[in-house]
Design a protein around this ligand. Sequence first.
Ligand code: F0G
Length: 436
Amino acid sequence: MTEKLDTSASYQQCARCGTRFADIDPAPKCAVCGGLLDVVHGPQALTGAQLRALFAQRRAAGDGGSGVWRYREIVLPAADDHIVSHPEGNTPLLSRDSVAAWAGIDRLLLKHEGHNPTGSFKDRGMTVGVTQALRIGARAVGCASTGNTSASLASYAAHAGIPALVFVPAGQVALGKLAQSLAYGARTLMVRGDFDACLALVQEASNRLGIYLLNSINPFRIEGQKTIVFEMLEQLGWDAPDWIVLPAGNLGNTAAFGKALREAHATGLIARMPRVAAIQASGAAPFAESFRGHFADRVTVDPETIATAIRIGAPASWDRAVRTIRETRGVVRAVTDATILESKAVIDAAGVGCEPASAASVAGVRELRRSGAIAAHERVVAVLTGHLLKDPGTISRYHQETEPAPAMANRPVEIEATVSAVERVLNERRASSGQS
Ligand code: F0G
């Protein structure tokens, strides 16, 4: 293995025992010790300044329109002939005063990954993962998911013409996500168990049945997800913010952000490392609990949260994520479901909108600001990971069914089909907003 490997190109390396494998080796984990793999790229020929100029030139020229493949030198340089792209990425960095005021910080930007083609950041990992599936000649692809990964895989597999099998926890997937998997044509298995059970099952099934595994333990997914950070840094003129705050479940994205920042710093794309804050839901917060004990123990929990995307008790990318937090002097926090819902209502009412798990990031900014961990003058980017319409059930309950009505509930009003009824509602609104 090691002797034959061409290390001038990309290869895979076990994060635990260091064994190296060819970049087209399909095994999802290290064949020697079972550790997770990283993609390592050969020496970078271009300087940071040259890479910045190249990315800017491609951005200006359109270049296929993908906000993932624009960075291909630092994502997957060898992919050229096989790229499966919708395209994806090119998501906005938004500034909204009402959200910043709620979080208690002046300089807050929202990187909205819900603008990806299937409505979540997973598309950035999946364009690379499914491209890799074509490179290795996979006959089928599969994943376990809380809903977004499965929606994304279903879409990219359809695009590539590869059969997809997705494993989701029965009864715990938001409606929009399940609808996507079905619509895009993935074989959708509703497993009687939680996400952690789905992940264990899909790993065994992929080992035995030769399905190429596309969960975020797959290192090529991580390469794609790095581009959330590259693109955000580019949008900021490569002037890194003080903090990047993201929701955390299985910890793939936390791992990807650390790798992106490490590489951006090493290649000279940025001069300074931002700090990463990973935010969990308090009912599904094994990583936050472990952080409080300086990561002495690997914690697992029986997860429960309204943010079903991050309802995960035994995160897979644990060691990689610990590395991210340590290397960026980062922090991990947990926020309650009530705070997540309040945060979501504020983001939604700003006309931006996101799914519940995404709102955990802004809720986390508020907690970190209140505890003084984030200073008032600091520049913060919070990542919104998924689109508002992913989880219509939660929105409907919040605004229509919850008793007593939450502070920001916007109840629909049923009326007779008359202008006077409309006028009455208009007058009520004026009265309640203090207008005459
Ligand atoms: N936000 C959303 C909207 C997600 O769907 C996920 C994960 C996360 C945050 C957390 O990212 O797992 O990398 O820490 N969703 C996975 C899925 C588990 O199956 O769709 P993570």
